[in-house]
Design a binder for this molecule. Structure first.
Ligand SMILES: Cc1cc2nc3c(=O)[nH]c(=O)nc-3n(C[C@H](O)[C@H](O)[C@H](O)COP(=O)(O)OP(=O)(O)OC[C@H]3O[C@@H](n4cnc5c(N)ncnc54)[C@H](O)[C@@H]3O)c2cc1C
Length: 469
């Protein structure tokens, strides 16, 4: 008996040792990746501090430094632009939204092949345990930071910067520390998305209903928050044993649903609204259904009213549609929810804040910058007022260029060029993975930063004619 059992004991021991080596290897690789990302951050932090000190000294001595080109925004788009201009330029950054998303360890990504073309590091270098369709959020941050270091950018992290027209027409940039500089030739704005939409942005008021009142009551009761807020909570987020309602069925809703079920221990999640185009074909969404689909129920219709009465949330749609299980498709009446998460995309009625400041009441015009039929950015101009000298062009790239606000001027031909160009950009960056990389995605941000820099600002010399002016 003893002899017969021995091979199993040896085999069991071997499995254990191989497993142990595997775990140690995995841990060491993770540590290696994390350390590399940390090193990049330390180098960039030191650079930012030195630049801030130097600018303080200059401003105190009465000097206002002048730059030909500057970039505002230090995400993937701004970093890709800095990396590809070919000469070091001033880059302003601020508090990163991405660093704050502590409840979102991984982002959806299967195809970041465009990073290579854009001279950006493969995020896998900073993510030793990257797997499947997901990559560490910290790895994406490290890619941007490394590109800023490698570009030799004169990097300041003293944002948010504000933008004003100076008497000469040059752009005057004032940072949160009160530093002042001028930009004379071109300004690249890569400031990302605006805030998340709230129910008050989308629900219609009538004589007897005001969504602002409903939202205020829900906020006071701590029963509503945005997806960004939910994903920024480091400890277990609220929802243990509860039913979480999510308004909006986009990619961010999937992030929230995972967080609610996996990390908060929610009993069930109810999602209202149609899902983004082709999202259901992405690896991330398919994974979501496989793992958590039986705990997620979706109502196809959009929400038309949210009411808070007697400490209970009532959510209604224009017609009563059933809530269908994501895994089995079984329909039921949607259950009452304990907490509402707003996940309806981003506020897109206005241009980026910096553009609104720069306009200072003037009419804003958008001009799509198209190269090889693809959208690589948006040039912004302002109507002349009196004999005010013209300002240098502003180029929007990345997420900041991903929406068309209703109050900007755009001739019909340009609108079509923008939409067609954006579609071809999406096609380019989604070479293998369906439509996982949407208009505001890391891949599009990298593409635009790279393309605008090489087409319109190569070697720090703004290109004079089409497509840049
Ligand atoms: C919750 C959430 C989940 C997402 N998940 C994914 C995903 O899984 N995959 C994906 O591809 N995309 C995802 N996105 C979209 C992604 O965030 C954007 O596509 C991407 O970050 C765009 O890069 P960007 O460089 O244009 O802007 P950002 O990454 O937003 O960078 C802009 C930077 O500019 C700085 N800044 C802003 N204003 C100023 C100012 N006035 N002065 C100085 N600095 C300023 C900010 O500090 C910020 O660091 C997600 C977005 C959100 C909100």
């Amino acid at each position: 008996m003893k002899v017969a059992r021995q091979p199993f004991v040896v085999a069991g021991g071997l499995v254990f040792i191989v497993g142990l080596i595997g775990v140690l290897f995995y841990e060491l690789r993770s540590l290696g990746g994390a350390q590399t990302a940390e090193k990049v951050k330390v180098v960039l932090d030191a650079k930012a501090e030195a630049e801030a000190r130097s600018l303080t000294t200059k401003n105190r001595a009465g000097q206002i430094p002048v730059h030909r080109i500057a970039i505002v925004g230090d995400g993937i788009a701004g970093a890709a632009a800095a990396r590809n201009i070919g000469v070091p330029v001033r880059v302003y950054g601020g508090k990163s939204r991405w660093e704050g998303l502590l409840g979102l360890p991984e982002v959806w990504q299967t195809d970041l092949s465009v990073f290579k073309s854009a001279n950006l590091e493969d995020p896998v270098v900073f993510d030793s345990y990257a797997r499947g369709g997901r990559i560490l959020r910290l790895a994406i941050i490290a890619v941007a930071q490394e590109a800023l270091v490698k570009s030799g950018a004169e990097y300041l992290r003293t944002g948010p910067v504000t933008l004003h027209s100076s008497p000469s027409g040059a752009w005057k940039l004032v940072d949160a520390d009160g530093h002042v500089e001028l930009v004379t030739e071109a300004l690249v704005v890569a400031t990302g998305l605006l805030r998340p939409k709230r129910i008050t942005d989308v629900l219609a008021a009538d004589k007897s209903y005001d969504p602002r009142v409903a939202r205020l009551d829900l906020v006071a009761a701590k029963m509503i928050m945005s997806g960004d807020e939910y994903l920024s909570i480091r400890a277990a987020p609220p929802g243990l044993g509860q039913i979480i309602g999510i308004i909006g069925g986009n990619g961010s809703a999937s992030d929230v649903a995972i967080r609610a079920i996996r990390d908060a221990g929610a009993k069930e999640v109810v999602i209202w609204g149609g899902i983004d185009n082709d999202l259901d074909k992405t690896i991330g969404y398919i994974e979501l259904i496989k793992k958590y689909g039986d705990k997620i129920c979706r109502v196809e219709d959009n929400v038309t009213k949210v009411v808070f009465v007697a400490n209970a949330i009532q959510v209604s749609t224009s017609v009563t549609t059933p809530c269908k299980s994501l895994s089995s498709g079984t329909a039921k009446i949607s259950p009452p929810v304990d907490l509402l998460i707003e996940s309806m995309g981003r506020f897109d009625f206005d241009p980026p804040e910096l553009i609104q400041q720069a306009a200072d009441g003037r009419q804003i015009s958008y001009h799509p910058v198209i190269a090889s039929n693809r959208l690589i950015g948006v040039r912004v101009s302002f109507d002349a007022v009196g004999d005010q000298p013209p300002n240098p062009p502003i180029y929007l790239i990345g997420a900041a260029a991903s929406w068309l606000p209703s109050n900007v001027h755009l001739p019909p031909g340009d609108r079509t060029a923008y939409i067609d160009g954006r579609n071809l950009t999406l096609k380019y960056v989604n070479s293998t993975a369906g439509m996982e990389n949407g208009p505001p995605s890391f891949a599009v941000a990298a593409f635009m930063g790279w393309q605008l820099a090489t087409t319109c600002l190569s070697k720090g010399v703004p290109a004079p004619g089409a497509p840049c002016r």
